[in-house]
Design a protein around this ligand. Structure first.
Ligand SMILES: Cc1cc2nc3c(=O)[nH]c(=O)nc-3n(C[C@H](O)[C@H](O)[C@H](O)COP(=O)(O)OP(=O)(O)OC[C@H]3O[C@@H](n4cnc5c(N)ncnc54)[C@H](O)[C@@H]3O)c2cc1C
Length: 518
């Protein structure tokens, strides 16, 4: 039997990794709790960045690189960011080839301005870029499913990695259909998305991405990075038990942020930062809104009918449907909400973790975005990262043995990847503490208080999943305490300035139950 590669997660990162391997005749198992149609990737609205220079602004890859490094406050690995920016134009072409109808006018792709970028660089497909990219990817993936190279296992849940001598030789999966645990041999790529479920109620992302995969990996010795950097998107609106995003495309196409002084609209971002104030990087805008501490609004009333009809039609429909507000005529009250995790599983340039044979890509991996991600760079990062992880495995395939004996792993872990009812209520307390502690503005006193509150949550006789989530929550707060400066999405009132001695990534690991921060 040939070596199989196991991919956990079937969003854009997972599907891209799977197709890259299958194109090279390598067999893949693609596991996910939900079908690809429901992955977070579908929710992406605004677009994907590539320096195609379609708008006659002399854009190029170096400027994409410079904007990405600057947006991330210069702590991302420059070699990795260079690869990302160089790879972007061919990703746009490849996605077009498999059926993505990029928005075009007069025979060429239209690129829109997005936050923190000097040039119009964001390619899009209506206001549903993620859904359209995912649909095309699902279709292309199906070809390899039909030929048998990709085997799909949906409604399958991560239960652990199988590690021998610091080498990952397989994955443990819970089959929801059969109610059984199974071990699968071969290298593993984790593509499990962001840790939204650690921050329910204030996230724009799907809480089906619970954060538990990252938590369980951390508990199993996998190093994480930059957990203190959590992106708050400036324009979100509360709906039901989470937050709805109003895409940055709204400001890219002319939307403006304001507050009201009586009847007068005060455009505070423009007043402070000039003409491009509304399109400052997200960390800057969210911080301004938090400091303002006033009701803020998105004003799209000045947009032309051409923009509404050609570029933001479905965004307007969505706002009318969900909020009962017509943004062409009325202001929308907005506030920052958690939107993206710059931190996550630490990977090297090959997307390999500190455990040989274990790779990670997409939002679960801390790779390209440093202290703050630029809008449009994460769809790119998910596709590029999935491709890179797969290509790295192809190069290393001879190191994997298809006859690895997994029997020795058969009994452990089977017990506990589900939260009991009691743990679910403890988890509510845990996430509440995180939400309170890891806000836009932080200080040592409130972070320490959060840590103490976490310490008080009883963790004896708990499931592997809950124990892991508790440890991950503590690691997040410890990382935030440890970075005694303000940088990107991490703002400390007690250390309001950036400090060059912190111009680097944080690495955190759990060794003998102790949090080690490097
Ligand atoms: C509302 C919104 C709009 C956005 N708009 C943009 C945009 O315009 N441009 C941009 O660049 N980025 C955008 N983003 C960010 C972007 O969508 C994500 O970062 C990206 O899609 C992540 O892709 P992924 O493949 O890493 O993860 P996902 O698409 O989240 O896929 C994760 C996969 O892991 C599986 N999984 C999770 N947990 C488990 C488990 N325990 N066991 C088994 N499987 C599991 C899931 O089922 C899923 O298949 C947006 C995000 C949001 C929330």
């Amino acid at each position: 039997m040939a070596v199989y590669v196991n991919i956990l997660g079937a969003g854009l990162a997972g599907m891209t990794a799977a197709r890259t391997l299958a194109k090279n005749n390598i067999h893949v198992r693609l596991f996910s709790v939900q079908v690809s149609q429901r992955a977070q990737s579908n929710l992406a609205e605004g677009g994907l960045n590539a320096a195609l220079n379609m708008m006659g602004e002399n854009d190029d890859i170096n400027q994409h690189f410079e904007d990405t490094m600057k947006g991330g406050c210069y702590i991302a690995d420059p070699d990795m960011v260079k690869g990302l920016c160089e790879g972007a134009p061919s990703i746009v072409n490849e996605m077009g080839r498999i059926g993505v109808p990029w928005h075009m006018e007069n025979g060429h792709i239209i690129q829109r301005p997005f936050g923190g970028q000097k040039k119009r660089r964001t390619c899009y497909a209506m206001s549903s870029t993620g859904k359209i990219l995912t649909t095309a990817s699902i279709d292309d993936t199906r070809k390899y499913e039909d030929s048998g190279l990709i085997e799909r296992y949906t409604h399958h849940k991560f239960a652990g990695i199988l590690v021998k001598n610091n080498k990952c030789i397989g994955i443990k999966i819970y089959d929801n259909h059969e109610g059984t645990y199974n071990n699968y041999s071969g290298p593993v790529i984790i593509c499990s998305g962001g840790m939204n479920g650690m921050f329910p109620s204030i996230t724009t992302g799907t809480t089906s991405n619970t954060g538990s995969v990252t938590a369980m990996l951390y508990n199993s010795g996998v190093k994480l990075s930059n957990l203190e950097f959590i992106q708050y998107h400036p324009t979100t609106v509360k709906i039901t038990d989470k937050r709805m995003l109003i895409s940055e495309a709204a400001r890219g196409e002319g939307g403006r942020l304001c507050y009201l002084d009586g009847e007068t609209k005060v455009y505070f971002m423009e007043d402070k930062f000039g003409e491009r104030g509304n399109l400052m990087p997200r960390d800057v805008v969210s911080k301004e809104m938090a400091m303002l501490n006033k009701k803020t609004y998105l004003d799209m009333t000045g947009l032309s009918s051409d923009v509404w009809n050609n570029r933001l039609k479905d965004l307007r429909d969505e706002i009318i449907d969900y909020l009962n507000i017509d943004p062409a005529n009325e202001l929308i009250e907005v506030a920052p909400g958690i939107h993206y995790f710059m931190g996550g599983i630490k990977v090297d340039i090959n997307h390999e973790t500190n455990i040989e044979g274990l790779y990670a890509a997409g939002e679960c991996a801390a790779a390209y975005h440093g202290a703050n991600r630029l809008g449009g760079n994460s769809l790119l990062g998910a596709i590029y990262g999935g491709k890179t992880a797969a290509e790295s495995i192809i190069k290393a395939l001879d190191n994997f043995d298809d006859k690895e004996v997994l029997n020795e792993f058969s009994d452990d872990l089977n017990e506990n990847i589900f939260l009991s009812e009691e743990e679910k209520s403890k988890d509510k307390v845990l996430t509440g503490i995180l939400i309170k502690s890891m806000g836009i503005i932080r200080d040592e006193t409130s972070l320490n208080l959060g840590l103490c509150e976490l310490e008080n949550i009883e963790s004896n006789n708990t499931s592997f999943e809950f124990k892991s989530r508790l440890n991950l929550a503590k690691a997040m707060i410890e990382c935030a305490i440890n970075r005694r400066e303000s940088r990107g999405a991490h703002n400390r009132t007690d250390y309001p300035e950036s400090n060059d001695s912190y111009k680097k990534s944080t690495t955190v690991s759990l060794v003998n139950n102790e949090i080690i921060i490097e």
